[in-house]
Design a protein around this ligand. Structure first.
Ligand code: TYM
Length: 327
Protein backbone atom coordinates (compact mmCIF):
# COMPACT_ATOMS: atom_id res chain seq x y z
CA UNK A 1 0.00 0.00 0.00
CA UNK A 2 1.25 3.49 -0.84
CA UNK A 3 2.13 5.84 2.02
CA UNK A 4 -0.53 8.48 2.46
CA UNK A 5 0.30 12.18 2.07
CA UNK A 6 -1.80 15.01 3.47
CA UNK A 7 -1.34 18.75 3.13
CA UNK A 8 -3.44 21.89 2.91
CA UNK A 9 -3.61 25.64 2.48
CA UNK A 10 -5.82 28.28 4.03
CA UNK A 11 -8.29 30.05 1.76
CA UNK A 12 -7.34 33.48 3.06
CA UNK A 13 -5.47 36.04 0.93
CA UNK A 14 -3.89 35.30 -2.44
CA UNK A 15 -1.68 32.25 -2.99
CA UNK A 16 1.83 33.42 -3.78
CA UNK A 17 5.09 32.00 -5.08
CA UNK A 18 6.11 31.13 -1.49
CA UNK A 19 3.08 28.82 -1.19
CA UNK A 20 3.91 27.34 -4.57
CA UNK A 21 7.66 26.80 -4.05
CA UNK A 22 7.32 25.79 -0.39
CA UNK A 23 4.48 23.32 -0.85
CA UNK A 24 2.35 23.09 -3.99
CA UNK A 25 5.23 22.41 -6.38
CA UNK A 26 6.24 19.44 -4.22
CA UNK A 27 2.67 18.14 -4.11
CA UNK A 28 2.55 18.07 -7.89
CA UNK A 29 5.91 16.30 -8.05
CA UNK A 30 5.06 13.52 -5.59
CA UNK A 31 1.38 12.94 -6.37
CA UNK A 32 2.03 9.83 -8.46
CA UNK A 33 4.28 8.21 -5.86
CA UNK A 34 1.90 8.39 -2.89
CA UNK A 35 -1.80 8.35 -2.07
CA UNK A 36 -2.36 12.10 -1.73
CA UNK A 37 -5.04 14.20 -0.10
CA UNK A 38 -4.88 17.96 -0.73
CA UNK A 39 -7.20 20.01 1.39
CA UNK A 40 -8.52 23.58 1.43
CA UNK A 41 -8.56 24.28 5.16
CA UNK A 42 -11.51 26.64 5.56
CA UNK A 43 -11.98 25.86 9.28
CA UNK A 44 -8.45 27.17 9.84
CA UNK A 45 -9.19 30.33 7.86
CA UNK A 46 -12.08 31.29 10.17
CA UNK A 47 -9.78 31.44 13.20
CA UNK A 48 -9.55 35.05 11.97
CA UNK A 49 -12.70 36.79 10.72
CA UNK A 50 -13.38 36.18 7.02
CA UNK A 51 -16.14 37.86 5.08
CA UNK A 52 -18.52 34.95 4.27
CA UNK A 53 -18.98 35.61 0.55
CA UNK A 54 -15.25 36.26 0.10
CA UNK A 55 -14.42 33.02 1.92
CA UNK A 56 -16.84 31.10 -0.29
CA UNK A 57 -15.15 32.36 -3.44
CA UNK A 58 -11.61 31.95 -2.02
CA UNK A 59 -12.25 28.27 -1.33
CA UNK A 60 -13.04 27.75 -5.01
CA UNK A 61 -10.12 29.90 -6.10
CA UNK A 62 -7.64 27.86 -4.08
CA UNK A 63 -9.11 24.59 -5.36
CA UNK A 64 -8.82 25.83 -8.94
CA UNK A 65 -5.23 26.92 -8.29
CA UNK A 66 -4.28 23.47 -7.00
CA UNK A 67 -5.54 22.04 -10.29
CA UNK A 68 -4.01 24.82 -12.39
CA UNK A 69 -0.62 24.15 -10.78
CA UNK A 70 -0.86 20.50 -11.86
CA UNK A 71 -2.68 18.53 -9.17
CA UNK A 72 -4.59 15.83 -11.04
CA UNK A 73 -7.92 15.15 -9.30
CA UNK A 74 -8.16 11.70 -10.90
CA UNK A 75 -4.99 10.80 -8.97
CA UNK A 76 -5.15 12.93 -5.79
CA UNK A 77 -8.17 13.69 -3.64
CA UNK A 78 -8.86 17.45 -3.53
CA UNK A 79 -11.32 18.36 -0.80
CA UNK A 80 -12.56 21.08 1.54
CA UNK A 81 -11.93 20.58 5.25
CA UNK A 82 -15.42 21.56 6.46
CA UNK A 83 -17.06 19.08 4.08
CA UNK A 84 -15.76 16.19 6.22
CA UNK A 85 -17.09 16.79 9.74
CA UNK A 86 -14.64 14.31 11.26
CA UNK A 87 -11.85 16.96 11.12
CA UNK A 88 -13.63 18.98 13.81
CA UNK A 89 -14.69 15.86 15.71
CA UNK A 90 -11.17 14.47 15.98
CA UNK A 91 -9.82 17.93 16.84
CA UNK A 92 -11.90 17.88 20.03
CA UNK A 93 -10.58 14.47 21.04
CA UNK A 94 -7.01 15.62 20.44
CA UNK A 95 -7.63 18.86 22.35
CA UNK A 96 -8.28 16.70 25.39
CA UNK A 97 -4.77 15.18 25.28
CA UNK A 98 -2.94 18.43 24.47
CA UNK A 99 -1.43 20.57 27.26
CA UNK A 100 -2.13 24.30 26.84
CA UNK A 101 1.59 24.94 27.43
CA UNK A 102 2.46 23.15 24.18
CA UNK A 103 0.08 25.45 22.28
CA UNK A 104 1.25 28.65 23.95
CA UNK A 105 4.80 27.89 22.84
CA UNK A 106 3.93 27.94 19.12
CA UNK A 107 5.67 30.86 17.41
CA UNK A 108 2.78 31.44 14.97
CA UNK A 109 0.36 31.61 17.91
CA UNK A 110 2.58 34.12 19.69
CA UNK A 111 2.91 36.27 16.55
CA UNK A 112 -0.84 36.21 15.81
CA UNK A 113 -1.83 36.76 19.45
CA UNK A 114 0.51 39.75 19.72
CA UNK A 115 -1.48 41.49 16.96
CA UNK A 116 -4.91 41.06 18.63
CA UNK A 117 -6.53 42.83 21.51
CA UNK A 118 -8.66 39.82 22.33
CA UNK A 119 -7.26 36.46 21.24
CA UNK A 120 -9.84 34.00 19.90
CA UNK A 121 -9.62 30.46 21.25
CA UNK A 122 -9.40 29.21 17.64
CA UNK A 123 -5.97 30.84 17.29
CA UNK A 124 -4.68 28.79 20.21
CA UNK A 125 -6.39 25.59 19.03
CA UNK A 126 -5.24 26.07 15.44
CA UNK A 127 -2.40 23.49 15.54
CA UNK A 128 -4.64 20.88 17.20
CA UNK A 129 -7.02 21.11 14.26
CA UNK A 130 -4.02 20.81 11.99
CA UNK A 131 -2.93 17.66 13.86
CA UNK A 132 -6.47 16.32 13.42
CA UNK A 133 -6.31 16.95 9.64
CA UNK A 134 -3.19 14.85 9.37
CA UNK A 135 -3.85 12.10 11.91
CA UNK A 136 -7.42 11.59 10.66
CA UNK A 137 -5.99 10.09 7.47
CA UNK A 138 -3.05 8.29 9.09
CA UNK A 139 -0.77 10.32 6.79
CA UNK A 140 2.89 9.30 6.84
CA UNK A 141 4.26 12.36 5.00
CA UNK A 142 3.26 16.02 5.17
CA UNK A 143 4.85 18.25 2.52
CA UNK A 144 4.90 21.87 3.75
CA UNK A 145 7.08 24.97 3.87
CA UNK A 146 9.47 25.66 6.72
CA UNK A 147 7.00 27.84 8.69
CA UNK A 148 4.83 24.77 9.39
CA UNK A 149 7.68 22.62 10.76
CA UNK A 150 6.92 23.51 14.39
CA UNK A 151 3.23 22.61 13.94
CA UNK A 152 4.32 19.27 12.53
CA UNK A 153 6.53 18.64 15.58
CA UNK A 154 3.49 19.30 17.73
CA UNK A 155 1.40 16.92 15.59
CA UNK A 156 3.95 14.20 16.26
CA UNK A 157 3.92 14.97 20.00
CA UNK A 158 0.11 14.78 20.10
CA UNK A 159 0.11 11.48 18.18
CA UNK A 160 2.74 9.98 20.49
CA UNK A 161 0.92 11.14 23.59
CA UNK A 162 -2.38 9.71 22.38
CA UNK A 163 -0.70 6.43 21.40
CA UNK A 164 0.94 6.12 24.81
CA UNK A 165 -2.29 6.91 26.70
CA UNK A 166 -4.68 4.79 24.66
CA UNK A 167 -2.52 2.33 22.70
CA UNK A 168 -1.15 2.46 19.14
CA UNK A 169 -3.72 4.40 17.15
CA UNK A 170 -2.05 6.99 14.95
CA UNK A 171 0.69 6.89 12.34
CA UNK A 172 3.33 9.42 13.48
CA UNK A 173 3.89 11.58 10.37
CA UNK A 174 7.13 13.01 9.04
CA UNK A 175 7.65 16.47 7.56
CA UNK A 176 8.82 16.91 4.00
CA UNK A 177 10.44 20.26 3.20
CA UNK A 178 11.76 21.25 -0.24
CA UNK A 179 15.56 21.59 -0.43
CA UNK A 180 15.22 25.01 -2.09
CA UNK A 181 12.30 27.40 -1.52
CA UNK A 182 11.20 26.16 1.92
CA UNK A 183 11.13 29.77 3.14
CA UNK A 184 10.63 32.48 0.53
CA UNK A 185 10.99 35.95 2.02
CA UNK A 186 8.96 39.10 1.33
CA UNK A 187 10.26 41.01 -1.71
CA UNK A 188 9.79 44.36 0.04
CA UNK A 189 11.32 43.11 3.30
CA UNK A 190 13.59 40.06 3.09
CA UNK A 191 13.65 39.76 6.90
CA UNK A 192 9.96 38.68 6.88
CA UNK A 193 8.64 35.52 5.25
CA UNK A 194 6.40 36.08 2.23
CA UNK A 195 2.88 35.98 3.63
CA UNK A 196 -0.68 35.97 2.27
CA UNK A 197 -1.79 38.40 4.93
CA UNK A 198 0.93 41.06 4.43
CA UNK A 199 -0.46 44.22 2.88
CA UNK A 200 2.44 45.88 0.98
CA UNK A 201 1.88 46.19 -2.80
CA UNK A 202 5.38 44.89 -3.54
CA UNK A 203 5.51 42.20 -0.87
CA UNK A 204 4.59 39.09 -2.86
CA UNK A 205 4.05 37.71 -6.35
CA UNK A 206 0.61 36.11 -6.41
CA UNK A 207 0.12 33.04 -8.62
CA UNK A 208 -2.52 34.83 -10.69
CA UNK A 209 -0.66 38.14 -11.06
CA UNK A 210 -0.43 39.34 -14.68
CA UNK A 211 3.10 39.50 -16.21
CA UNK A 212 3.44 43.29 -15.88
CA UNK A 213 2.57 43.18 -12.20
CA UNK A 214 5.09 40.35 -11.64
CA UNK A 215 7.84 42.31 -13.40
CA UNK A 216 7.08 45.46 -11.39
CA UNK A 217 7.12 43.67 -8.06
CA UNK A 218 10.39 41.86 -8.73
CA UNK A 219 12.14 44.92 -10.22
CA UNK A 220 11.30 46.81 -7.00
CA UNK A 221 12.55 44.02 -4.70
CA UNK A 222 14.77 45.16 -1.83
CA UNK A 223 18.43 44.18 -2.30
CA UNK A 224 21.40 45.80 -0.55
CA UNK A 225 23.98 48.53 -1.11
CA UNK A 226 26.30 46.48 -3.33
CA UNK A 227 25.99 46.85 -7.12
CA UNK A 228 26.26 43.21 -8.12
CA UNK A 229 25.96 39.60 -6.90
CA UNK A 230 28.80 38.43 -4.65
CA UNK A 231 27.97 35.10 -3.11
CA UNK A 232 30.32 35.52 -0.12
CA UNK A 233 28.66 38.71 1.09
CA UNK A 234 25.18 38.65 -0.49
CA UNK A 235 22.42 40.01 1.78
CA UNK A 236 19.03 38.33 2.42
CA UNK A 237 17.22 40.18 -0.40
CA UNK A 238 19.68 38.96 -3.04
CA UNK A 239 19.75 35.43 -1.61
CA UNK A 240 15.95 35.40 -1.73
CA UNK A 241 15.91 36.34 -5.42
CA UNK A 242 18.50 33.65 -6.12
CA UNK A 243 16.43 31.02 -4.27
CA UNK A 244 13.33 31.98 -6.24
CA UNK A 245 15.27 31.55 -9.49
CA UNK A 246 16.81 28.28 -8.31
CA UNK A 247 13.52 26.80 -7.12
CA UNK A 248 11.74 27.63 -10.38
CA UNK A 249 14.62 26.57 -12.64
CA UNK A 250 15.66 23.43 -10.78
CA UNK A 251 19.32 24.43 -11.21
CA UNK A 252 21.87 23.18 -8.68
CA UNK A 253 24.01 25.48 -6.47
CA UNK A 254 26.97 25.32 -8.88
CA UNK A 255 24.91 26.38 -11.89
CA UNK A 256 23.37 29.27 -9.96
CA UNK A 257 26.74 30.48 -8.73
CA UNK A 258 28.37 30.26 -12.14
CA UNK A 259 25.53 32.06 -13.87
CA UNK A 260 24.92 34.87 -11.38
CA UNK A 261 28.31 35.63 -9.75
CA UNK A 262 29.19 39.24 -10.55
CA UNK A 263 25.86 40.01 -12.27
CA UNK A 264 24.44 43.50 -11.71
CA UNK A 265 21.31 43.56 -9.54
CA UNK A 266 19.22 45.10 -12.33
CA UNK A 267 20.04 42.15 -14.60
CA UNK A 268 19.51 39.61 -11.82
CA UNK A 269 16.02 41.02 -11.21
CA UNK A 270 15.20 40.98 -14.93
CA UNK A 271 16.19 37.32 -15.18
CA UNK A 272 14.24 36.36 -12.05
CA UNK A 273 11.20 38.26 -13.33
CA UNK A 274 11.29 36.53 -16.73
CA UNK A 275 11.71 33.12 -15.09
CA UNK A 276 8.70 33.72 -12.81
CA UNK A 277 6.57 35.16 -15.66
CA UNK A 278 7.26 32.17 -17.89
CA UNK A 279 6.65 29.60 -15.14
CA UNK A 280 3.37 31.18 -13.99
CA UNK A 281 1.90 31.86 -17.46
CA UNK A 282 0.38 28.36 -17.83
CA UNK A 283 -1.25 28.66 -14.37
CA UNK A 284 -3.32 31.65 -15.42
CA UNK A 285 -4.40 29.95 -18.61
CA UNK A 286 -5.38 26.66 -16.94
CA UNK A 287 -7.08 28.54 -14.11
CA UNK A 288 -9.37 30.31 -16.58
CA UNK A 289 -10.24 27.00 -18.25
CA UNK A 290 -11.03 25.34 -14.91
CA UNK A 291 -13.27 28.10 -13.58
CA UNK A 292 -14.91 28.46 -17.00
CA UNK A 293 -16.20 24.89 -17.05
CA UNK A 294 -19.60 24.85 -15.31
CA UNK A 295 -19.89 22.35 -12.47
CA UNK A 296 -16.37 20.95 -12.85
CA UNK A 297 -14.86 22.31 -9.64
CA UNK A 298 -17.85 21.30 -7.53
CA UNK A 299 -17.65 17.81 -8.96
CA UNK A 300 -13.94 17.55 -8.09
CA UNK A 301 -14.50 18.76 -4.51
CA UNK A 302 -17.53 16.55 -4.00
CA UNK A 303 -15.72 13.46 -5.29
CA UNK A 304 -12.65 14.32 -3.21
CA UNK A 305 -14.71 14.48 -0.01
CA UNK A 306 -16.50 11.23 -0.88
CA UNK A 307 -13.23 9.47 -1.51
CA UNK A 308 -11.64 10.42 1.83
CA UNK A 309 -14.71 10.23 4.11
CA UNK A 310 -14.50 6.45 4.73
CA UNK A 311 -10.86 6.81 5.88
CA UNK A 312 -11.87 9.61 8.26
CA UNK A 313 -14.84 7.65 9.61
CA UNK A 314 -12.68 4.61 10.28
CA UNK A 315 -10.17 6.70 12.28
CA UNK A 316 -12.93 8.33 14.33
CA UNK A 317 -14.46 4.91 15.02
CA UNK A 318 -11.08 3.63 16.21
CA UNK A 319 -10.40 6.70 18.37
CA UNK A 320 -13.84 6.47 20.00
CA UNK A 321 -13.25 2.81 20.74
CA UNK A 322 -9.80 3.49 22.20
CA UNK A 323 -11.10 6.33 24.39
CA UNK A 324 -14.18 4.43 25.55
CA UNK A 325 -16.60 6.90 23.97
CA UNK A 326 -20.13 5.78 23.09
CA UNK A 327 -20.60 4.67 19.51
P1 TYM B 1 -0.66 28.34 4.75
O1 TYM B 1 -2.00 28.44 4.09
O2 TYM B 1 -0.17 29.50 5.53
O3 TYM B 1 0.44 28.00 3.70
C1 TYM B 1 0.28 26.96 2.77
C2 TYM B 1 1.63 26.29 2.52
O4 TYM B 1 2.57 27.23 1.98
C3 TYM B 1 3.76 27.21 2.76
N1 TYM B 1 4.30 28.60 2.82
C4 TYM B 1 5.53 28.94 2.43
N2 TYM B 1 6.55 28.22 1.93
C5 TYM B 1 7.69 28.89 1.61
N3 TYM B 1 7.85 30.23 1.79
C6 TYM B 1 6.85 30.98 2.29
N4 TYM B 1 7.01 32.29 2.46
C7 TYM B 1 5.62 30.34 2.64
N5 TYM B 1 4.45 30.78 3.16
C8 TYM B 1 3.65 29.69 3.27
C9 TYM B 1 3.33 26.74 4.13
O5 TYM B 1 4.41 26.20 4.85
C10 TYM B 1 2.28 25.71 3.78
O6 TYM B 1 2.87 24.47 3.47
N6 TYM B 1 -1.53 25.64 8.81
C11 TYM B 1 -1.30 25.54 7.39
C12 TYM B 1 -2.41 24.82 6.65
C13 TYM B 1 -2.75 23.46 7.16
C14 TYM B 1 -2.01 22.28 6.96
C15 TYM B 1 -2.75 21.24 7.60
C16 TYM B 1 -0.82 22.00 6.29
C17 TYM B 1 -3.85 23.12 7.89
N7 TYM B 1 -3.84 21.81 8.14
C18 TYM B 1 -2.29 19.94 7.60
C19 TYM B 1 -0.37 20.67 6.30
C20 TYM B 1 -1.11 19.66 6.94
C21 TYM B 1 -1.19 26.93 6.83
O7 TYM B 1 -1.67 27.87 7.37
O8 TYM B 1 -0.61 27.00 5.64
Amino acid sequence: MKTRVFSGMQPSGNLHIGNYLGALKNWVRIQHDYECIFCIVDLHAVTLYQHPSELRSKIREIAALYLAAGIDPRVSAVMVQSSVAAHAELAWMLTCVTPVGWLERMTQYKAKAAKQESVGDGILQYPVLMAADILLYQAGIVPVGDDQAQHLELTRDIALRFNSLYGETFVVPSTSLPTVGARIMGLDDPEQKMSKSASGANHAVALLDPPDRIRKTIMRATTDSQPCVQFETAGPGVLNLLSIYQAFSGWDDGQIRQHFEGMRYGDLKKQVAEMVVSQLAPFRERYQQIVGEPGYLDRVLHEGAERVAPIAQETVRLVKERMGLYS
